[in-house]
Design a protein around this ligand. Sequence first.
Ligand SMILES: [Zn+2]
Length: 186
Amino acid sequence: MIETPASAQLVEAFTNTVDVELGTDDITEPAQLAAWLTERELLAPGTPVGAADHDLGLRLRAGIREELGLHVGDTPDPGLVRAADEALRELPLLTTVGGRATGTVLVPAPHLPPVGQALAAIAIAWSRLLITGEAARLKRCAEHGCAWVFWDVSKNRSRRWCSMRVCGNRTKARRYAAKHATTVAG
Ligand SMILES: [Zn+2]
């Protein structure tokens, strides 16, 4: 069993605030994003999240979700990735020479307001996964009706579905139906 690093846990939780299958989104409103960040101790209780910061958060989430689809063979939407990169420009990070001891090589730029610091923490978690290569284990389920983000614990990082039993079989059943339909039509 490959333990999920803290960075992956944070990114996984953040990207799964949207549930494609249920059609729900836990952070539709700025206040919901504030609550989410507070719950994870990234933001002090009572700190309001403005519309602009909320927008940054949503763009960041959408872009990362696209990149996670890449890990199961999907093609990321370049518009969403670009929008996330533009959001990241508003959340600059600094490196620290002495960060090795504390594990804080990347830190949010000190001038960022509290909400910016909180969103930058998510950006740092994502950067860390990319730098270590661990990002490859974090994937968006290849079944598009599900699109749940999961941490692939398989030895060879070959999983494409959040659950083989549910999503893997769904994909197979659809493929079978499509093949069968073609056969009948042909
Ligand atoms: Zn799935």
